[in-house]
Ligand binder design. Structure first.
Ligand code: F6R
Length: 245
């Protein structure tokens, strides 16, 4: 795992965006795996700025998102679909037919998981997967558990995740309890992985993810086995690691 430490959140976003921009420039028809949440907001802002000043072209790019809340339609303001439209899809020239997320409104779980897993396979896999890191070490919505789940699946969200994500909802009761997510194997088949982490509250878990024992109780630890992972962290997120260097 490569670790790039930046000063603040904004620098972290610019660095992560520049890695994604290189991917887009070198392979204009890349399949990009995308994430939602607070961390990538600044990354999408930077990519949008580079698109707007003519430095980036998304016209041949395809995107597949990590996850979507179960039961939420794309036009629901809390859905990840809506988030992506707001922060990226509506701002760059990414073709509408090439923006993919799990369909939260498809309540036929087996069918939806199979459809999304097959879709990623048919696209030829993911060239670069952007990840954030959950406070409990989750990647996508692969929550701490006794085993790594390989493919796209429906997951019951951990209490800690519901707690962390309630900031995006009017009331904690509104946070959906389930979500579709890429599995660890789905994420792992990405050729390159970019993990973006910000803030002191992620410092302990980031150190564990990078250097702790590999176990499904801390799902992000599996990234230690991938051959091409770049971690971009701001100084606060890297403080536990830096303390030992
Ligand atoms: C989002 C996702 C999650 C988040 C993680 C961190 O699509 O898959 O794993 O990346 O929960 O979220 P933030 O960035 O809000 O701290």
């Amino acid at each position: 795992m490569r670790l790039i430490i930046t000063e603040h959140y904004n620098d972290m976003c610019r660095k992560a965006a520049s890695i994604m921009a290189s991917q887009i420039t070198l392979k204009p028809d890349s399949v990009l795996g995308l994430a939602t949440g607070a961390t990538p907001v600044g990354i999408y802002e930077q990519l949008t700025a580079w698109y707007q000043n003519g430095e980036l072209d998304f016209s041949q790019i395809t995107t597949v998102n990590l996850d979507e809340y179960y039961g939420l339609a794309p036009d629901n303001e809390q859905s990840y679909h809506y988030f992506m439209t707001e922060h990226l899809f509506s701002k760059v020239n990414l073709p509408k037919g090439r923006q993919f997320l799990p369909d939260g409104k498809n309540l036929d779980t087996d069918r939806e998981c199979e459809r999304y897993q097959n879709l990623i396979r048919l696209l030829g896999g993911i060239d670069m997967q952007l990840l954030g890191l959950g406070h409990n070490g989750h990647i996508g919505f692969n929550e701490p558990s006794d085993a790594f789940v390989k493919e796209v699946h429906l997951v019951k969200l951990a209490e800690q995740t519901i707690e962390a994500n309630k900031r995006f909802f009017a009331r904690a009761e509104d946070v959906p309890r389930k979500a579709y997510t890429m599995g660890i194997g789905t994420i792992f088949q990405a050729k390159k992985i970019l993990l973006a982490v910000s803030g002191a509250q992620k410092a302990k878990i980031l150190k564990q993810v990078m250097y702790g024992p590999i176990c499904p109780q801390v799902p992000g630890t599996i990234l230690q086995l991938h051959s091409d992972v770049t971690v971009v962290a701001d100084r606060e997120a890297a403080e536990e690691i830096e303390a030992e260097i």
